[in-house]
Design a protein around this ligand. Sequence first.
Ligand SMILES: [Mg+2]
Length: 372
Amino acid sequence: MRITSVETIPVSIPINPTRAIRGSRGGHTTSPFLLVLLRTDEGVTGLGEVSCTPIWSGEDQVTAAHFVEEIAEPCLVGRDPRDVERLARGLDRALAGNPFTKAGIEMALWDVLGKVAGLPLYRLLGGSVREYVPTKFSVSGVEPERAAEIAAWAVEQGFRAMKVKVGTDPEQDLARVRAVREAIGPDVRLGMDANGGWMPRTAVATIERCAEYDVYFAEQPVPPLGVAWLADVRSRTSVPIVADESVYGPEDAMALARAGAADVLSIYVGKSGGVARARHIAQVAEAAGLTCTVGSNLEMGVASAAMIHLAVATPGVGAEEFPCDILSPFLYEGDLLAEPLDIRAGAARPPERPGLGVELDPEKVDRYRVDR
Ligand SMILES: [Mg+2]
């Protein structure tokens, strides 16, 4: 079996403006993503999604399409798509960085392998380690009253866990956390995500003040400038620290573990350059006595499917304690799939069809494609 071509389609689905996520690094109001269609000589096509944004990794749909065409496709054509890890490592040698682009290719390779094997991806990964993936909602870093309304809406949808974006102004952050806690009551679990927006001293003081509102984790309180800043904050606060922007690959996970800089690592299919490397991070975390959650760059349907397969099949993901950010249907005004994923408020389940288990709806793809 051989790869014959790699096609890409730039897409953008509007995000519901009332729930668009605003954090300390700015707003995520559009998703300049790229679909990947990896074709083979046996008529099997693998689907991938590059869920890239400039703010995360310096990638967008233009850079991704360029590197797929100029670097990835020449590496892949003529090769056996079932050699997933081998091809992913070959791509790593051919192109530095660009993890979300690489992840879009890698998930398409898994999709082909699953379709050929007749098994859903989570079974290829060793089968499920949980019945479903517990999920949480993410409340935008807007004015406290507005954040409280969004949080109340999420509870109405059925969410029993959420995080709120902080990391802007400490007083505003505190007011927002208080307003959200008052809106959701004492029984909904609440964390906060600063996206690296605080300096260490502000982080320590603000985390301690927010702890009064029963905040059960603080995600990326300080910028990812080496591990010392996070380690410093963690040593001076009692709330579990989640590392997100600080962990892209297994090497980062190792450095964070050695420095005692985090309790939880937020892994993505995109940030780590694929499903396999996300699992390598989870294995490092497990070996170091840490746990993981699956974080989000607002993936659309194809990449959301990859996230669910990853989370349901990976023992190092502690989704029961730290629910995953699998929430796109609650944010986007449309989707690209022929059949929606089983993503509910608080629970996501993987498709049982082979591979990623999703198919594109050509009419929807036409509606949201943004060819330039
Ligand atoms: Mg985060």
